[in-house]
Ligand binder design. Structure first.
Ligand SMILES: [Zn+2]
Length: 104
């Protein structure tokens, strides 16, 4: 299990979510990628895990309108396109972040 980040910052102008982890790693994940990878049932096929959302349908002026911690394992992100059912677990965020970080 991935531990909770020590800090989460939403950079609305850059459209980047910045996460600082317990081990000191800092991940900067573009909003677009987060929105694409929304783990909720309406954005992914429950059985195959395949994405059903079209990345091209995601608005370019995407913003995070709200963040809500879910227990000790996830954060719910509310987007300005009206979608707010995605629970992003630390594992998912850590994986997405890993795709963008160049360091160890
Ligand atoms: Zn979703």
């Amino acid at each position: 299990m991935t531990g909770a980040p020590t800090n989460i910052r939403a950079h609305q102008n850059e459209q980047i979510l910045e996460l600082t982890w317990e081990d000191g790693r800092v991940d900067r994940i573009p909003y677009h990628d987060l929105r694409c990878e929304c783990p909720c049932a309406s954005c992914r096929d429950e059985w195959t895990g395949q994405r059903t959302i079209d990345p091209k349908s995601i608005r370019s002026d995407l913003k995070v309108e709200g963040m809500e911690g879910i227990g000790q394992y996830a954060v719910r992100l509310a987007w300005n396109d009206g979608h707010s059912s995605g629970l992003y677990s630390w594992d998912v965020l850590r994986r997405l972040g890993g795709e963008h970080s160049s360091g160890p």
